[in-house]
Design a protein around this ligand. Structure first.
Ligand SMILES: [Zn+2]
Length: 388
């Protein structure tokens, strides 16, 4: 049996694997599985058949029965390319009451605490089971958790309360917006710009779709939000284009224009309705393009789809987290997580993790020692509670 590591030592190991979403996470998964098995815990890996360099890992301790608390985190981190870091991003450095390193906040700090708790629960013996679920590809649209959730269910007894450890300053977050994103590619028709009436500028046509998004935002902002919607900041659905490319020269009507159109949808509105509205506008603009040149077209493909987390009436995950943190406020966030995906699969789910989302994805990302310790106290309390 290898030495039992502290949460900090586990976080140091996890951060040392540069598991940027585009790259492999298998060395990290190997390490987690070896560490768990060295403490007598059987774990399971699910390898993504479409990208066999990535895997999820999950494990169960305690009685082999339903009703486990599930600690869910992601193993991938956002890139550090082009970010000015003062220290090596893949080494945890403690300074001024903070642990610096890529993923310390989002969310290898929580992953480390969850691994620690699993080993403690196994060694101390618990009456209610505890599960660990570590996914991948969260940072590129929460695409790794759904197949993991599907893979867990035939292998492990079904858990009942999921705690997703995205940074929430250890507050119980019970709702988040859903999100969908559409890769949009306009194919125009190139002519010299002096004859632009005979060509189709993919950029200028694309601008119509982007301006449609501006109009939707203005209309949404003017709506009176419902009671649940009013909990969100902002309390309306947002339409956003964060990336665009296109064109070859200033004096050629652009052949191509590509952008990402993303929607963050408040509870009470339907992502499918937003999709239908966007596609209707796309078809209108496409018809205008084809009236000039019949081969012009617009291709749209969904690049992410994250269900919202709807606040549960008397949710068991929420009640559990509140009993451990003592926090009784109601909190919702506007970023997507796998909590909505677990909820969709029939689990009660809540977000609660150490650290501040404001420090996620930043150069010199950090988690404060105080937040990490608060996470540790939470896990100690959880194991105690599971012992009954
Ligand atoms: Zn995250």
């Amino acid at each position: 049996m290898t030495k039992k590591l502290t949460p900090l030592e586990i976080m140091e190991r996890l951060v040392s694997f540069p598991t940027v979403s585009r790259d492999t996470n298998l060395p990290l998964v190997d390490w987690v599985q070896d560490y768990l098995s060295s403490h007598g815990i059987e774990s399971h890996r699910w390898v993504d058949p479409d990208q066999p360099h990535k895997a999820a890992v999950f494990a169960h301790v305690g009685p082999m029965e339903e009703g486990a608390v599930v600690l869910s985190g992601h193993t991938d981190v956002v890139p550090v390319d082009g970010q000015p870091w003062d220290t090596d991003p893949f080494t945890v450095v403690e300074k001024d009451g903070k642990y610096f390193g890529r993923g310390t906040c989002d969310m290898k700090g929580y992953d480390a605490l969850a691994i620690w708790a699993l080993v403690e629960a196994h060694e101390q013996g618990v009456k209610r089971p505890l599960q660990l679920a570590l996914s991948f590809d969260e940072e590129i649209g929460c695409t790794g958790a759904p197949p993991m959730i599907e893979a867990m269910q035939p292998v492990l007894p079904k858990g009942s309360a999921v705690i997703v450890g995205e940074p929430s300053m250890m507050k119980a977050v019970t709702g988040h917006k859903g999100g969908t994103g559409y890769a949009t590619h306009l194919v125009g028709f190139e002519v010299h710009s002096s004859l632009m009436h005979t060509g189709v500028s993919a950029i200028m046509q694309g601008a119509k779709l982007i301006d449609w998004a501006n109009q939707q935002n203005a209309e949404n902002m003017a709506k009176q939000p419902g009671e649940v919607q009013a909990m969100f900041t902002p309390p309306w659905t947002t339409c956003h284009v964060g990336m665009i490319e296109g064109g070859t020269a200033h004096n050629i009507t652009a052949k191509d224009c590509r952008f990402m159109m993303d929607f963050r949808v408040v509870p009470g509105e339907n992502a499918a309705d937003w999709e239908a509205a966007y596609l209707a506008k796309v078809r209108t603009v496409e018809a205008e393009m084809q009236a000039i040149h019949p081969e012009a077209r617009i291709d749209v493909s969904k690049h992410f789809d994250v269900p919202g987390l709807v606040p549960e009436q008397d949710g068991v995950a929420e009640a559990l987290v509140r009993s451990l943190t003592g926090d009784n406020g109601s909190h919702v966030v506007s970023y997507g997580t796998e909590a909505g995906q677990f909820q969709k699969a029939g689990y009660s789910a809540v977000i609660c993790g150490p650290g501040d989302i404001a420090q996620a994805h930043q150069p010199n990302e950090y988690i404060t020692v105080a937040q990490f310790n608060a996470g540790h106290a939470f896990m100690r309390g959880l194991v105690e509670k599971l012992r009954g």
